[in-house]
Design a protein around this ligand. Structure first.
Ligand SMILES: Cc1cc2nc3c(=O)[nH]c(=O)nc-3n(C[C@H](O)[C@H](O)[C@H](O)COP(=O)(O)OP(=O)(O)OC[C@H]3O[C@@H](n4cnc5c(N)ncnc54)[C@H](O)[C@@H]3O)c2cc1C
Ligand code: SF4
Length: 810
């Protein structure tokens, strides 16, 4: 097998790998290096994260299991620092050296940060990745005043997000008009008026020359001497291709890494794709052209004589609620252009078409973008409009409601999903030949709607038009568990109950899964729902679990594992500490680390050493890898602390002993503090307990991770017994009604806190929930001990032959 290495684990690169796997799945042994510590995610949706419409898990395009299923070795959080083009190998920051036969550079871009004094102060950020979003979300919790530098697409989306986060936002722009590269002055002023009405304040024609403050940013100074206050500064003035590693390795770089029409760089067997690549002197910054590049490159690298990449015309849309705009091609008239224009000031609708020699060369639409796909097609295909009237160019010959009539009048080659280059014809064909009935399925099969998502309403119309009487509007919107089925979570749970289904295989057979083996999305979910419904009778299907749960250890970046024994309530003994130290020494464990959950983790353990280490530790598994109760963090509490009003350690230990090993839809963390000083950070746990005079407050739905969220007060209880009863009922209600992989914070937001409170206020309901909880808890056995006792388990899961990460799913 040839070795294919890719530098950069982002949108263009991973799409190229997907295309390669489609063309020739067995041709390459693939290794990917990604500087960010995540799998490939939809960067376009960062604006939605900031605007509070979605969360990080929902924007992951390729989960870690996708890499494993496709035998791709992925090194996250490790940047490649050198390409040795002579010896054909790459060298990473962490010292990895990997040889290649073919190398793809897909390093994307960085935010362009103005080189002015103060640009390195705390509180100055770009808008490029999850880290930047975290900085903004954190600032919004602490501060009030944000300034965004840049009135382009990114700047305006960032500004809208910051408004949603409750900040006052000034947008500073160097030019007299917003988005001046995509909009003409009229459209730009309509946009400005709309955004002002949403609460944005604009400082136009201002050049920032200095960022003020000591360590933390305090304001900005402009060239005209004026100043503005700021606690957060977002620089959104553009992007800069990330070419350092290519440049340092002798590959020809201009603005980007220079490539030919087959994405080949100046060095043999080295290709570049995405925002880091410069093709015919253009560096693209939108996914549509980058995905086109990826297709061409995939074909080339697999040895096919495919079509060359000849450049793209891009269309722009702004993802801000209340703003409907589209722009493509040329914006400004010159002596050779003629324009067709409609301006309805009253309704805030503006349309301008620029033509040259009877061909559309530019489109600006504001306030009504229904015609954007038609006009974009006419522009990119250079259709001759001489036979058309100006009215017919500007108006669809359809109902305007976006319904079936619109679809009927659309030619088959009209682009529906601009990001992924999917036409109406391709969607209709997929629906007909593959029997698709939901939006989800269409998206999975054709890629339509997989990126910015703006085409989803049109995809839904095409589905309705193609299916005719067979179209079921409610079913079409349904989010199926995965692409193996059209069944939703609610339907699956119902079918398991009604049909008495008892195994993962049986579910997939009886409910007619279209992929008889299922996938890494549905198998763990079915296994969870079966266990939740059948409580103590269900025999867990270990092979259907996610890889970490199957192994009862967390797999690490380099393919080794971690071992984290249970320490109830964060309390340990000298004897246990000695055992941990001895095992760590004996097995030469590279890292012994206190974890965030108040216990000790042993990192870098070889798979074949796991059972023996567990035996020698003789401690229960801490389930640091599971969708289950992870830890109960406690403060020292009333026993030792002079502020403590309650025994936090005793409650923490009781909670952890009762609920350890319980299968839950997602991980659950708890914290117990003995007074409102809250040293165990109970306010950002799934369930947090805070001691007060005469009782406990219970907080729920807190989250200390990417989606930082303070917990909401569920109730106040007098005794420890009452606390245990309420916790059991709450957890069981979460188990029974949450979607698999839905954190408690998202679940409470979906169900509403009021609803959860109402359900749990009823004593009989609480009692019934606790009975089902107790019945479920009876089935669990200690997994490390089970592995120690069973040669079969050891042989199947921990024998040395299964050493590579990629082979886990074989
Ligand atoms: C907030 C925001 C909104 C956007 N909205 C839209 C939109 O509406 N429509 C649209 O079409 N596009 C949009 N884009 C642009 C789109 O996201 C990018 O065009 C696309 O992500 C580029 O893909 P890429 O693979 O070239 O780069 P990236 O997705 O940036 O991926 C490059 C990856 O390479 C990694 N990397 C860099 N150097 C190294 C190294 N030496 N070793 C290992 N890894 C490395 C980086 O960390 C990064 O993860 C938006 C972008 C942002 C930030
Ligand atoms: S939370 Fe209160 S009781 Fe617990 S350690 Fe902190 S100050 Fe002491």
């Amino acid at each position: 097998m040839k070795k294919l290495v890719m530098i950069g684990n982002g949108m263009a690169g991973v799409r190229t790998i997907e295309e390669i796997l489609k063309v020739s799945p067995e041709q390459f042994e693939i290794t990917i290096f990604g500087q960010e510590p995540y799998p490939n995610y939809n960067r376009i949706k960062l604006s939605n994260i900031l605007q509070g419409d979605t969360n990080f898990e929902d924007i992951i395009i390729n989960p870690l299991d996708w890499y494993k299923e496709n035998n791709i070795e992925l090194f996250t959080g490790d940047a490649v620092t050198k390409i040795d083009v002579e010896q054909k190998r790459v060298i990473s920051e962490q010292g990895r050296i990997v040889e290649y036969d073919e190398l793809i550079i897909a390093t994307g871009s960085n935010s362009f940060i103005l080189p002015i004094p103060g640009a390195d102060k705390i509180g100055v950020t770009g808008f490029r990745d999850i880290k930047d979003c975290e900085t903004m979300i954190k600032s919004a919790k602490q501060y009030k005043k944000a300034v965004v530098i840049g009135g382009g697409l990114l700047g305006l989306e960032a500004a809208r997000g910051l408004l949603n986060l409750g900040m006052q936002v000034d947008v500073v722009h160097l030019m007299p008009n917003l988005m001046e590269r995509q909009l003409d002055p009229i459209a730009s002023s309509l946009l400005k008026t709309e955004l002002e009405s949403q609460g944005m304040n604009f400082l136009m024609e201002k050049e920032t020359v200095e960022i003020l403050g000591d360590e933390q940013v305090k304001g900005l100074r402009f060239k005209d001497g004026s100043e503005v206050e700021a606690d957060l500064v977002v620089m959104a003035i553009g992007i800069k291709s990330n070419t350092q590693v290519a440049r340092d390795s002798g590959i020809y770089v201009n603005r980007g890494i220079v490539v030919n029409d087959f994405m080949e760089t100046s060095v043999p067997n080295v290709y570049a794709v995405g925002e880091c690549a410069e093709h015919r002197e253009i560096v693209y910054g939108l996914v549509a052209p980058l995905y086109e590049q990826g297709k061409v490159l995939a074909s080339r690298i697999c040895g096919n004589v495919g079509e060359p990449y000849q450049g793209s015309v891009t269309g722009t849309q702004l993802k801000v609620a209340g703003v409907d705009l589209f722009s493509a091609g040329e914006i400004f008239e010159d002596g050779s252009t003629k324009s067709i224009m409609v301006y309805n000031e009253y309704d805030g609708v503006y349309k301008k078409i620029l033509t040259r020699n009877n061909v559309i060369v530019g489109v600006v639409l504001y306030g009504d973008t229904k015609d954007s796909t038609k006009l974009y097609r006419m522009l990119t295909k250079k259709e001759d409009i001489s036979g058309m009237t100006s009215i017919s160019v500007l108006q669809s010959e359809c109902t305007g409601e976006g319904g079936s009539d619109d679809v009927a009048s659309m030619p088959n080659d009209e682009l529906v999903c601009g990001c992924n280059g999917v036409t109406k014809g391709a969607i209709v064909e997929a629906i007909k030949t593959q029997g698709l009935t939901t939006l989800d399925q269409v998206s999975h099969c054709t890629n339509a709607g997989r990126s910015c998502g703006r085409c989803k309403p049109m995809v839904s119309n095409i589905l309705a038009y193609t299916l005719g009487d067979q179209f079921d509007a409610a079913a079409a919107q349904k989010t199926s568990i995965c692409s193996c089925t059209t069944i939703s979570r609610e339907e699956l749970v119902e079918e398991i109950k009604v049909k008495g289904l008892t195994s993962v295989k049986e579910v997939m057979n009886v409910l007619e899964w279209n992929n008889e083996e299922g996938c890494t999305k549905c198998r763990p979910a079915i296994n969870y729902y079966l266990g939740m419904i059948h409580m103590d009778e269900y025999k867990d299907d270990r092979d259907s679990r996610l890889v970490n749960e199957k192994m009862h250890a967390n797999i690490q970046k380099d393919g080794t594992y971690s071992v984290v024994p249970r320490m109830y309530g964060g309390v340990t003994t000298a004897a246990d500490l000695k055992k941990i130290a001895e095992v760590a020494e004996k097995y030469d464990v590279p890292l012994v680390k206190l974890t965030g959950g108040q216990r000790i983790g042993l990192f870098g353990v070889k798979k074949e050493d796991l059972p023996q280490m567990w035996e020698e530790l003789d401690m229960p598994s801490g389930y640091a890898y599971g969708k289950t109760l992870r830890t109960v963090k406690t403060c020292v509490g009333a026993q030792f602390c002079r502020y403590g009003t309650q025994d936090s350690m005793a409650l923490g230990i009781e909670l952890e002993k009762k609920f350890e090993r319980l299968d839950t839809p997602h991980k659950v963390k708890m914290g117990v503090s003995a007074c409102p000083r809250n040293c165990s950070e109970a306010g950002i746990k799934d369930i947090g307990f805070v001691g007060i005079d005469g009782g406990w407050e219970i907080y729920v739905a807190g989250n200390g991770g990417v989606d930082l969220r303070p917990g909401d007060l569920l109730c106040t209880m007098k005794t420890q017994e009452e606390v245990m009863e309420m916790t059991g009922a709450y957890l069981q209600y979460y188990r029974e009604t949450a979607n698999y992989l839905e954190r408690t914070s998202k679940w409470v937001e979906r169900m509403s806190l009021e609803h959860v409170k109402e359900v749990l206020a009823d004593e009989a309901t609480r009692k019934a929930l606790n009975e089902r909880m107790d019945q479920t808890l009876r089935k669990y056995i200690e997994p490390w001990n089970e592995a120690i006792q069973s040669e079969e388990i050891q042989d199947k899961y921990y024998a040395k032959r299964m050493i590579t990460v990629g082979s886990e799913f074989k």
